[in-house]
Design a protein around this ligand. Structure first.
Ligand code: ATP
Ligand code: MG
Length: 555
């Protein structure tokens, strides 16, 4: 295969990787990493990063490290570490033996800091953090050099050692790289690379009271573990010169290359661990795995299959332009997969009683319903039919609007997989609310029997009132109504609707937790819990693309 063929149709990251391998950079090796900070649960943006890093490594039969960027013991915890591992596995990726932590490298990172001091490329600054901030300069004006910038190498080595030995309070000193206070890139204005934090670390305990800052730790972790391509999001583009400065000035065996791609944002939700954490802390959602959350655990609880999420990441792809992806892309990806794989069943959310007056009292019969209209191989199930039926309230209109072909006084409709019925009489309660319909059925119109010539315009779903089971259903909409919300935006008041007395066809009494179904005409659902024998379903996604329709109407 010629080089040109190899690159054709590939995104820019894969092209750069092919190029570097062909040039023999880092001995023609590839290694990637996914480096989350364990300060929250992963969200859908991280899913894209996981898909890219692990996906590319897999294609090249190369390692991908799962590396916890655990350099800030104040914000990190084991709960987050465990959830991250669970989420990566659930998405279908495997780090094998390549589990790492920035804290595994603390010893080496510390030695590299000493190497910089010895080369007179780092110094201990004793200004306060406020003084350091105030002398950084702005985009238009240079910064001011620290009065401590010209300390001798031996004084710096001595002070840094005392910092490490715990002789100082937080903030008394920091270690800064000595680069250029007048650089147009603020990241190069003598960035802080080590700080004192008198805090126990979840993995290294009390061993350290100085911790490396993100840029320093991140670059060195990449290089130490042998990552060759450090794929990250665009906000790190301005950090790349610093990343390269560290590589240029330290004696490292791997020279990783940083490549940036655009973050994934999804409309009507937020992708920031910090903001999502605020929702959890305020109790506005039930937890990190609330089915409305864009977290991987929330999407899992909601019922999204991991394979659909991977397919979504594939469709989003790798780009350099910041973008906000429409909810409908995510939903249609999920719907496509569920359409192909889910058994159909019938469930009634808002039941209306139907009595079939010419059906014999106390009798019932068993009808066959197909599990998937387009896939015979998915088989059939049995449904009981009798005098007492429940239909959806919405499927009846006393004074039908134009184009309403479902049930109305005197009108006929097919009960799917059963018979054609006709509405003969309406029964109302004292408030005028319709509580029951009296219908007749035509025994010659049994589905699948084929002799009936009678045609009706529509078929509705139903369950047998004497055989159905009662359970809960939770319907979800987007977390925010606003397409680009910030943390002050109010939650969508319809983001969660709970129905306590939905009626399911009896075949669902054998359903297992985690199984997914299409409830005919209302959407795809997952059996989330069984409490006191009561089934509780989450709606994964609606059937039709209602969302795209609403959007279209608005335009
Ligand atoms: P957050 O802002 O949500 O806290 P983060 O970037 O601080 O995200 P990290 O744990 O540092 O979270 O991220 C781990 C990796 O995931 C990084 O390489 C980061 O670039 C990537 N990542 C984070 N958010 C997104 C996103 N929305 N789209 C794509 N990749 C992302
Ligand atoms: Mg981060």
């Amino acid at each position: 295969m010629s080089k040109k063929d190899k690159y054709r149709g590939k995104d820019f990251i894969r092209q750069m990787i092919h190029h570097d391998i062909d040039q023999g950079v880092n001995d023609g090796r590839l290694a990637t990493r996914f480096p989350p900070e364990p300060n929250g649960y992963l969200h859908i943006g991280h899913a894209l990063s996981i898909y890219i890093n692990f996906g590319i490594a897999e294609e090249f039969d190369a390692p991908c490290y799962l590396r916890f960027d655990d350099t800030n013991p104040a914000k990190e915890s084991d709960e987050y570490v465990n959830s991250i591992m669970e989420d990566v596995k659930w998405l279908g990726f495997d780090w094998g033996n390549n589990l790492a932590h920035a804290s595994d490298y603390f010893e080496s990172i510390h030695e590299f800091a000493i190497e910089l001091i010895e080369k007179d490329l780092a110094f201990v600054d004793s200004q306060t953090s406020e003084e350091i901030r105030n002398t950084r300069g702005t985009l238009n004006s240079p910064g001011i050099e620290s009065p401590y910038r010209n300390r001798s190498v031996s004084e710096n080595l001595g002070l840094f050692n005392r910092m490490k030995n715990g002789e100082f309070e937080n903030g008394e000193h920091v270690l800064r790289a000595k680069i250029d206070m007048s650089s147009p890139n603020i990241n190069l204005r003598d960035p802080v690379i080590y700080r004192i934090l008198n805090l126990e670390h979840q993995r290294t305990g009390k061993t350290w009271c100085i911790y490396p800052m993100y840029d320093f730790a991140h670059t060195l972790s990449d290089a130490i573990e042998g990552t060759t391509h450090s794929l990250c999001t665009l906000e790190f583009e301005d950090h790349r010169p610093l990343y390269e400065w560290f590589l240029d000035n330290l004696n490292l065996s791997t020279r990783p290359r940083q490549i940036e791609f655009s973050r994934l944002n999804v409309e009507h939700t937020i992708t920031s661990k910090r903001k999502l954490g605020e929702l959890v802390d305020s109790g506005d959602v039930s937890g990190w795995d609330d089915p409305r959350m864009p977290t991987i655990s929330g999407l899992r609880k909601r019922g999204y299959p991991a394979s659909a999420l991977r397919e979504f990441c594939k469709r989003v792809g790798i780009t350099k332009k910041d973008k906000s992806i429409e909810m409908s892309l995510l939903e249609s990806t999920v719907r496509e997969e569920l359409d192909a794989t889910c058994n159909r069943v019938m469930a009634i959310m808002n039941p209306l009683k139907v009595t079939i007056k010419n059906y014999p009292d106390g009798e019932s019969e068993t009808l066959e319903a197909s599990n998937h209209p387009k896939k015979k191989e998915m088989g059939i199930r049995e449904m009981s039919f009798g005098k007492n039926i429940l239909i959806e309230k919405d499927d009846f209109m006393e004074s039908p609007e134009e184009d309403f072909y479902r049930l109305s006084p005197g009108a006929e409709v097919r009960l799917r997989y059963a018979y054609i019925i006709k509405c003969e009489e309406i029964i109302k309660d004292e408030d005028g609310e319709i509580i029951e319909l009296i219908c007749s059925y035509d025994p010659d119109t049994k589905s699948g029997v084929g002799k009936s010539k009678k045609k009706v315009k529509s078929a509705i779903h139903w369950v047998s009132a004497d055989h159905s089971i009662t359970g809960k259903v939770r319907l979800f909409e987007t977390l925010y109504s606003d397409p680009s919300p910030d943390s002050d935006s109010p939650l969508n008041p319809n983001s969660k609707i709970e129905i306590d007395e939905a009626q399911f066809e009896q075949s669902l009494s054998n359903a297992k937790i985690g199984s997914r179904f299409q409830f005919e005409r209302s959407g795809y659902f997952i059996l989330d819990e069984i409490e006191d024998e009561k089934l509780s379903f989450n709606r994964i996604v609606t059937l039709k693309d209602t969302w795209a329709k609403i959007q279209k109407k608005k335009k």
